[in-house]
Write a protein that binds this ligand. Structure first.
Ligand SMILES: [Zn+2]
Length: 155
């Protein structure tokens, strides 16, 4: 009669929320509301005779960090970074986070417990940018400096 012990509630909740969050129409507010309501709903389904100490645990850890719209490991490709709040992809997230979610990069990292080196700009894009900067600015700057140095030594 009690074969229900195995699947952890939080994992089921995460799956449902992730599916919901991947819909275009899902707003952050909806996702957050769902995130809060779902574990309770799922425990409700499962709540057979109380097992003290077991079930509440996973629910609490699940709500501490926000649940990303896509798995963090899948949120960065060479050409795009995916916003973990809403699941949309960009070449750079900074402006989007500010405009759509009112988050700074730091807020965002904290919210999803991201490493400091988790890229918020698509790797290819930042490579291109660095390349461009080198060609457009840095190269010329170095040349100018060299010219000035030469002038300096001549005087
Ligand atoms: Zn977003």
């Amino acid at each position: 009669m009690t074969e229900f012990t195995d699947p952890p509630v939080s994992e089921a909740a995460v799956r449902v929320i992730a599916a919901f969050a991947s819909r275009e129409s899902a707003t952050v507010k909806d996702i957050l509301a769902l995130t809060q309501a779902l574990p309770a709903a799922l425990t409700g389904l499962q709540s057979a005779p109380e097992k003290p100490g077991m079930s509440k645990f996973s629910v609490q850890t699940a709500t501490e960090t926000a649940i990303p719209a896509v798995p963090v490991a899948e949120s960065v490709t060479d050409d795009s970074v995916t916003c973990l709040c809403c699941g949309r992809s960009f070449t750079m997230l900074k402006r989007h986070l500010r405009a759509e979610h009112g988050l700074s990069e730091g807020d965002y990292r904290i919210k999803f417990n991201l490493d400091d080196d988790h890229p918020l700009v698509a790797p290819n894009y930042s490579l291109r940018k660095a390349d461009y900067a080198k060609k457009a600015g840095l190269g010329r700057y170095a040349r100018d400096e060299a010219v000035q140095e030469n002038l300096g030594t001549q005087l």
